[in-house]
Every structure is written in C-alpha cells, then in structure tokens.
Design a binder for this molecule. Structure first.
Ligand SMILES: NC(=O)c1ccc[n+]([C@@H]2O[C@H](COP(=O)([O-])OP(=O)(O)OC[C@H]3O[C@@H](n4cnc5c(N)ncnc54)[C@H](O)[C@@H]3O)[C@@H](O)[C@H]2O)c1
Length: 356
C-alpha cells in the first residue's frame, strides 16, 4: 500500500521535504495545506498533490493520511502536530519543535496518547560525519564527557522572509532558529543528560539598524522584535557544562556551526569534523574519510518514512528536544531577569528500542 503523505506549510523548507518523499518508495502525495491560498494551489499543481487546503484541521479531517510534514513557522507547529497525532497520523515536525518547552510538553503528551509517532526535523543528525562522531561517543572513545560547546554564528544571515524576525510568531531569533540545531547536535553527542540550570544574555546589534547589510533579503527594522545574538551557559544534570553562542549577524566567520565535546579520554569537533585523543602516549588527531555525501534533510525524510513503516527506529525523540527547548527558554528568561534559571522539570527520554 502506498503511504499517503500530506504537507502543512508550503514555503521554503517544504521543498526539501518533498525531495525526500520523492526519493522514498511507494509514496502518494495526497494533500497539502497553507494559509496562503495562491501559494498552496501553485505548490499542489507544481508537485502533483491531489488536493490542497487552507485549513489544516479540514485537511486532516477530510483526508485519510498516513503521515504529515509540518513545515509552518514556529508558532504553528504545536496545533497541527497535536491534531494529526489525535487522528493517529504520523508527524515529522520541523525544528524548533515549538515556541517553548510548555508547548513541547503538550506535544509529548499527545504523542504518548497516539498510535502514531512524532519526530522532529533535526536534520544534522543525518549527516554521516555527525553519525561517525556519535558512534565514537557511544563506543566510549571519549571517556567521561564533561564539557560541550554549542556554537552557531553567521556573519550575514538575518532571514528576510517569513516570520523569523517576529517574536510572537517565532519566539526568538538565532537562539531558537539556528541555535536549536547546534544545541541538538551537541546534546545528542553528550547523551541528553538533562538540564539543571542556565544563565544567558541576548543582544540586538544589527536587526534594528537602518543599514540592512546584515540581512538575507529585506526586512523592515521596525518589525524586528527578536535578538540577533545570544549566549549562555548550561549546567547539565550529569555535572557537565555546555557553553552556547548563536548569531544571525556578527563580525566573524561567514558561517560557523562549530560544536565541541570533551571527555577525559578524547574530544570531538563537528564542522570541522575531527577527533582528538592519545594513542600509546602520543597525542593524535583523527580525520574522517570515505563517508558518503548526502543531503541530510532528504535523509531525515527517508528515515521518517522507514519509521512510519516500522522498518527503523525513531532517532529524534521529542523528549530530547524538550531539553533543548528548556535551554532556549531559559537563555531568554535569564536575559530578561539577569538571573540564573533553575530547571526542576525533567522528562525522561525513552530508551533505545522503543518505537517512539
Ligand atoms: N531544518 C532546517 O534546516 C530548516 C530550514 C528552514 C526552515 N526551517 C523551519 O521550517 C519552518 C518553516 O520555515 P520556512 O523557511 O519554510 O518558512 P516560510 O515562511 O518559507 O514557509 C512557511 C509557510 O507556512 C505557512 N503557514 C503559516 N501558518 C500556517 C498555518 N497555520 N497552516 C498552514 N500553513 C501555514 C506560511 O503561509 C508559509 O507559506 C520554521 O519553523 C523553520 O524554523 C527549518
């Protein structure tokens, strides 16, 4: 039986999901939805969807879908996800999981009640180089991990389309937009040990200036209501420390997604990918080679399709993203209050081998 697919939100990232679905076997592109009527009509016609809608509830009620990609702005992740899960439709929801940890919690509850599975678009986990690092960590090559650095900065990269720069629609700027990728990658390597406290600070140095030479596209500075730089430090529940830095605009390298994880037997970095250790009393650096070149968004969609069919195990658990979102919330709260934020709420991550 072909898998019946729907897409909610037919903007930029939806195109990447489509490329993944196109590569999957036995797929039917059944329905798509966007609040912009002309956009969704054009998307449906161009990509061969049978029907299109401007309301996700109507689409989910009328269509008998197996799986749906949620590709809407951050403010519209939670409701379509919960509605789909209620109808036992499997969900691949774009990052960040939601606007804040409270919304993620509601999504976790909905996923636990549903027969369907929920996974999140943290596509960096599907980069073979990151998977190579993860295998080293899981094999114990790093020993006891005590430190991580979660870094995502751009020189010029304030998104000039959609809702990215509007706080009420996106919840924040680079911290939640690209910082969520860096955090997911570092915390994944560190084993998602839980978060105990966070201190942070945010700045607006470029988004509100008249000279818009730091943007990707045009924005009206008056509508810019998020940070363009955030930094912080998190104390993790296993005693490890995580340093955080995220910028859409800064006088630095063009683009940097450098992640660092240190253990007492070895350390790894992602972007560039390297491992550092000692062999027979000599310090050695390990380079990775002969790994396949893939498009991680497409791999993520292919993996999702396998999970829906019960052929593979979900690798991006929504409970893991709860920890990421707790850190992001706390960086924003700490920036507002000038105080450290203590986190008491810990949701266990399901063990390996469980379907969801
Ligand atoms: N994983 C990645 O690398 C990556 C890259 C870009 C964007 N994203 C994420 O994907 C999401 C969308 O980003 P984008 O760049 O595609 O934005 P976009 O603005 O290009 O597209 C979003 C679309 O969703 C539609 N929409 C808004 N509210 C809706 C609703 N309630 N129901 C149906 N449609 C609705 C908008 O009209 C728009 O067409 C964001 O959450 C973003 O963080 C992820």
């Amino acid at each position: 039986m072909p898998l019946k697919i729907g897409i909610i939100g037919t903007g930029g990232i939806a195109e990447f999901h489509l490329r993944g679905y196109r590569r999957a076997k036995d797929i039917q592109l059944v329905a798509c939805c966007d609040v912009m009527g002309e956009r969704v009509k054009a998307f449906a016609e161009q990509h061969g969807f049978k029907r299109h809608y401007t309301d996700f509830r109507t689409m989910l009620a009328k269509e008998d879908l197996d799986a749906v990609s949620i590709c809407t702005p951050n403010y519209a992740h939670k409701d379509p996800t919960i509605e789909a899960l209620k109808r036992n439709v499997n969900v691949l929801c774009e990052k960040p999981t939601a606007m804040n940890a409270k919304e993620v919690k509601a999504m976790i509850q909905a996923s636990r009640k549903s027969k369907a599975l929920l996974t999140i678009g943290q596509h960096f986990r599907f980069d073979p180089k990151n998977q190579a690092l993860k295998r080293m960590v899981d094999a114990g090559d790093l020993g006891s991990i005590y430190y991580g650095r979660s870094h995502s900065t751009r020189r010029v990269g304030i998104p000039g389309w959609g809702a990215f720069h509007i706080k009420e629609k996106s919840a924040g700027g680079p911290m939640i937009d690209i910082g969520v990728h860096a955090l997911d990658l570092t915390l994944w390597l560190m084993g998602f040990p839980g978060v105990d406290s966070v201190t942070g600070q945010t700045y607006v140095k470029f988004g509100k200036t008249k000279e818009q030479y730091h943007t990707w596209g045009k924005i009206d500075p008056k509508t810019f209501t998020v940070e363009d730089f955030a930094c912080g430090m998190a104390r993790l529940s296993n005693g490890a420390t995580l340093l955080i830095e995220s910028a859409w605009a800064s006088h630095t390298e063009t683009e940097s997604l450098l992640q660092v994880v240190l253990g007492d037997k070895g350390g790894v970095t992602a972007y560039p990918h390297r491992a550092y250790t000692v062999r027979n009393g000599t310090h050695v650096n390990i380079e990775f080679t002969e790994l396949p070149e893939v498009e991680p968004h497409e791999e993520e969609v292919l993996w999702f399709v396998h999970c829906v069919r019960g052929e593979k195990e979900n690798v991006v658990r929504v409970e893991e993203t709860y920890q990421t979102m707790q850190i992001i919330d706390a960086v924003y709260k700490s920036a507002e209050t000038g105080k450290e934020v203590v986190i008491k709420d810990h949701i266990p991550v399901p063990s390996k081998g469980s379907r969801k």
